[in-house]
Design a protein around this ligand. Structure first.
Ligand code: PEP
Ligand code: MN
Length: 367
C-alpha cells in the first residue's frame, strides 16, 4: 500500500486553506503580470497558476501560449514573491517547466486518464525535487487516480498532492463537471495524509456557484482551493465564464468560513458525541430493517420460483419508485437521494431473488 505524506506546509501556511489562483491561461506578458500582481495584493493566495499548454476539447480554440509564458510566470514570481504552478501533459512540458523553476507542476484531468502520458511525465520527473499535484481523471475512476499518483511516486517524487476538479457528464446539469464528492472522500480514506485541493472553477463552469462549492470543500476538510482569476474575464481566451476578477476572488475568499476539525471545548464535544450516538443507533436500525426486507424478498423469490414468474415486475417497481419518492420528498429527502436509494435497494433485492431462484444453475454449470 502506497503512503503519501501531507505537503500542506510546502504549499501554504498553517492554519488556513492553501489557495492557488491565476488565469486559466497565460495569454500575454501584461495579462499574466497584471493579474498576478492584483491576486498577490489580496494577501490571501499562496501559489499563482496559469495554463501554458491548454488541452482543449475541440481544435481551433486557444491552445496555450507555449514556453514563452513560463518566462512571464517567472517574472510574476519575482514581482510577487509567490510560488508558481503550471499544467504539464508530456515529458517536454516537465523539462521546460523545471528549466524555468516553476514550483508546482500539475497533471490535468485529461492526462490522468492516460497511463502512457502519466508514465512519460513520471519518467521526465525522475531525479527532480518537483512538487506535483494530480487532478482526478475526467471519468469517475478512483483506480486511475490512484494509479497516476503511484506512477509519480515510483519516479521518486515525494511531494505529491491531489486536485479534485469534478467528473465528465452527459446531458444537462448545473455543473460543468459533477463533483461526485464520494470519490475524493474515498481517495482520502485510502491515502489519509494526502493534501487534497478542490478546484471549484472547473466543477462549476460558471462564477456564480463557485463560492458554494468552495465552502462545501472546506467543510469536507479539503486542504485548499484552486480558483481561476483573470484581470478581465470577459476577454479571457479560455474559460471566460468561470473566472473571477482578482477583486471578486478576494471577496469570495473573505466570505469563506474555515471551520475547526474538532470542537475545542469539552461540552461541545459531548454534545456532538451524543448526536453521533443517535445517528449510530439509526444506522443500526436501518441496517437491521434492510436485512429483514431482503429476507422477505427471498421468500418472494421462492414464491416466484414455484409459480414460474419473472423476478422483475415493472408495474410493481414503478409503483414503489413513485410512492416511496413522494413519501420521502414530503419528509425532506431529496428526489435524487430517494432515486439512488430505491435503485440500490431494488438491485440488492434482485440479487437475493436471483440467488434463490437460480441457485442450482451455477452449481450445475460447474459440474
Ligand atoms: C485547468 O486547470 O485550466 C484545466 C485545464 O483543468 P482540468 O485538467 O481540470 O480540465
Ligand atoms: Mn481552465
Amino acid at each position: 500500500m502506497m503512503e503519501i505524506s501531507n505537503i500542506n506546509h510546502v504549499l501554504g501556511k498553517p492554519g488556513r486553506p492553501i489557495i492557488i489562483s491565476g488565469p486559466c491561461s497565460a495569454e500575454s506578458e501584461e495579462q499574466v503580470l497584471e493579474t498576478c500582481t492584483q491576486i498577490a495584493k489580496t494577501g490571501k493566495v499562496d501559489i499563482l497558476r496559469a495554463g501554458i499548454w491548454k488541452p482543449r476539447t475541440r481544435p481551433g480554440s486557444f491552445e496555450g501560449i507555449g514556453s514563452v509564458g513560463l518566462g512571464w510566470l517567472q517574472k510574476a514570481k519575482a514581482a510577487t514573491g509567490l510560488k508558481t504552478a503550471v499544467e504539464v501533459a508530456n515529458g517536454n512540458h516537465v523539462y521546460e517547466a523545471l528549466k524555468y523553476n516553476i514550483d508546482v507542476l500539475w497533471i490535468g484531468a485529461r492526462s490522468t486518464v492516460n497511463p502512457f502520458s502519466v508514465q512519460e511525465i513520471a519518467d521526465a520527473l525522475k531525479g527532480s525535487d518537483a512538487t506535483v499535484l494530480i487532478k482526478n481523471p475526467i471519468n469517475p475512476d478512483l483506480e486511475l487516480w490512484l494509479g497516476a499518483i503511484e506512477r509519480i511516486q515510483k519516479a521518486g517524487i515525494t511531494k505529491i498532492g491531489a486536485i479534485h476538479r469534478g467528473f465528465s457528464k452527459f446531458g444537462e446539469s448545473r455543473f460543468r463537471n459533477l463533483p461526485l464528492w464520494q470519490l475524493p472522500i474515498e481517495l482520502k480514506r485510502r491515502l489519509p495524509e494526502i493534501t487534497m485541493i478542490n478546484d471549484p472553477s472547473h466543477i462549476c463552469g460558471i462564477r456564480e456557484t463557485i463560492p458554494e462549492i468552495a465552502q462545501e470543500a472546506l467543510d469536507l476538510k479539503f486542504d485548499g482551493l484552486m480558483i481561476e482569476a483573470h484581470r478581465d474575464p470577459s476577454v479571457a481566451l479560455s474559460d471566460a465564464k468561470q473566472q473571477f476578477t482578482p477583486q471578486q476572488l478576494e471577496e469570495v475568499l473573505d466570505n469563506l468560513i474555515v471551520r475547526k476539525g474538532t470542537p475545542e471545548d469539552e461540552n461541545a464535544m459531548y454534545m456532538l458525541n451524543m448526536l453521533r450516538k443517535e445517528i449510530d443507533q439509526f444506522d443500526e436500525d436501518i441496517i437491521n430493517l434492510l436485512a429483514k426486507r431482503m429476507k422477505i424478498s427471498e421468500n418472494i423469490g421462492e414464491f416466484k420460483k414455484e409459480n414460474n414468474i419473472t423476478i422483475l415486475q415493472p408495474s410493481r417497481w414503478d409503483e414503489i419508485i413513485s410512492n416511496r419518492t413522494e413519501k420521502g420528498t414530503k419528509l425532506g429527502l431529496s428526489e435524487g437521494f430517494m432515486n439512488s436509494f430505491l435503485k440500490a435497494v431494488h438491485q440488492e433485492s434482485i440479487n437475493h431473488q436471483n440467488k434463490v431462484m437460480n441457485a442450482s444453475k451455477s452449481v450445475d454449470a460447474v459440474k
